[in-house]
Ligand binder design. Structure first.
Ligand code: SF4
Length: 395
């Protein structure tokens, strides 16, 4: 199969000459250390001022005000922040948690992300599902629950799972699920647009870290080593009219506070330019993987909760998603405090639902409960599980 997902590169791709416009053109106006110091140097007075502004609910917070709420100075205000987060979430989304499930279609990857078990140098047998196997997975997922939101995930191997492959996968999955989202290698805007014609509704991509220099250290080889190509991918999704754009950083690679503030800036930037799209954020913490890589910065449970509350106070409309990376008790506790969607019953290896292979997982799942058990926990918290919040007829 020909590689169609990646444009032919001229000279240095990080010069942005072939990657079009995007957030990469403006990100360098913010210094990383200064960004972190917005969080580190926030005072009790700053926190009170920001919370008072948020409570008036007249003007949205700026990313710099959001930074204040991430600080240790905000710790004594956790209960107040949790209450505000719950209030704003209920106001916008009601008592609902939307459910989704990931389907891994390939663990082949040309990249060498130092923290990932799927990285190119890890010697294990790679699997890329055939269309018949994809269909088997669809059927197996349907036996697990009433899922309508499917997240299709692959490693980044354009000659195996490029635009043509993904188009076929979408066409196989479409009769089974109303809402199809992909998490694959960044593509050209034209390719995203083409996939929307096969039922693509959403695209999720993790920038991993917004720290330009450190990014190169974690992504030494492969297409993913090009910071600008990845970062401008979100603009290409917006240009292509992707309905829902999912974003996040891998918390633990670099100082999580810097990445959280940059994520907030990135979200504001995209919302201004691509206002027709909806947005979701996810806060994955680094988990053990086959690579054996250890996180550089640890984000505690309490800090992750603060980040969740702060993000909801910062943006009332964004979908905040929690995956099965987090443990059951934590997910049950946070679900009524700002979260709007969760995965359940996840397998992170290709073919995991139909055949339960002994294949390598991308990361260890913490919440191993069945979808039925997760639904029970959501109901117990007084919330309604939502299997379907999009209809294929809107595509
Ligand atoms: S994080 Fe993604 S791109 Fe990087 S090695 Fe793993 S699967 Fe490949």
């Amino acid at each position: 199969m020909k590689n169609e997902a990646i444009p032919k590169m001229k000279s240095d791709p990080d010069k942005n000459s072939v990657f079009g416009h995007g957030f990469a053109d403006v990100i360098d106006q913010w210094d990383w250390e200064e960004t972190v110091s917005l969080v580190e140097n926030a005072t009790d007075d700053d926190v009170r001022r920001v919370l008072t502004k948020a409570a008036t609910n007249k003007k949205p917070l700026t990313p710099e005000e959001f930074a204040v709420l991430l600080s240790e100075a905000a710790d004594p205000y956790m209960e107040q922040m949790a209450a505000m987060s719950r209030y704003f979430t209920k106001e916008r989304f009601g008592n609902t948690i939307s459910l989704y499930i990931p389907m891994y279609v390939s663990n082949a990857c040309t990249n060498k992300c130092v923290y990932c078990g799927f990285n190119h140098d890890n010697p294990f047998t790679r699997t890329t599902l055939t269309m018949a196997q994809v269909e088997e997975e669809c059927r197996a997922i349907k036996r697990l629950g009433d899922f309508e939101n499917l997240l299709i995930v692959s490693g980044e191997y354009p000659s195996l799972c490029g635009i043509d492959y993904m188009e076929k996968v979408l066409n196989v999955c479409r009769p089974y699920f109303h809402n199809l989202t992909i998490e694959v290698q960044p593509m050209r805007a034209a390719d995203y647009y083409r996939l929307t014609k096969s039922g693509l509704n959403g695209v999720v991509c993790f920038q991993e870290t917004y720290h330009r220099e450190a990014y190169k250290k974690y992504h030494p080889r492969g297409m993913k080593s090009h910071f600008d190509w990845r970062l401008n991918g979100f603009d290409r999704m917006g240009d292509a009219g992707v309905h829902k754009i999912g974003m996040g950083a891998l918390l633990g690679l670099e100082d999580w506070r810097g990445d959280a503030v940059m994520l907030a800036r990135h979200l504001r930037y995209l919302q201004k330019r691509y206002w027709r799209s909806r947005y979701s954020v996810n806060f994955p913490r680094m988990r053990p993987s086959e690579s054996g890589y250890q996180p550089k910065s640890i984000i505690t449970d309490r800090q992750l909760a603060r980040l969740t509350f702060a993000f909801r106070i910062f943006d009332h409309d964004v979908d905040i998603s929690y995956s099965t990376r987090e443990a059951p008790a934590y997910r049950d506790h946070i679900l009524s405090l700002g979260v709007t969607s969760m995965s359940a019953g996840s397998k992170t290896e290709p073919g995991g639902y139909a055949t339960s292979p002994e294949a390598l997982e991308q990361f260890e799942v913490s919440d191993e409960r069945t979808p039925h058990d997760v639904v029970e926990a959501i109901r117990k918290a007084g919330y309604d599980p939502v299997w379907k919040d999009w209809d294929a007829i809107f595509d």
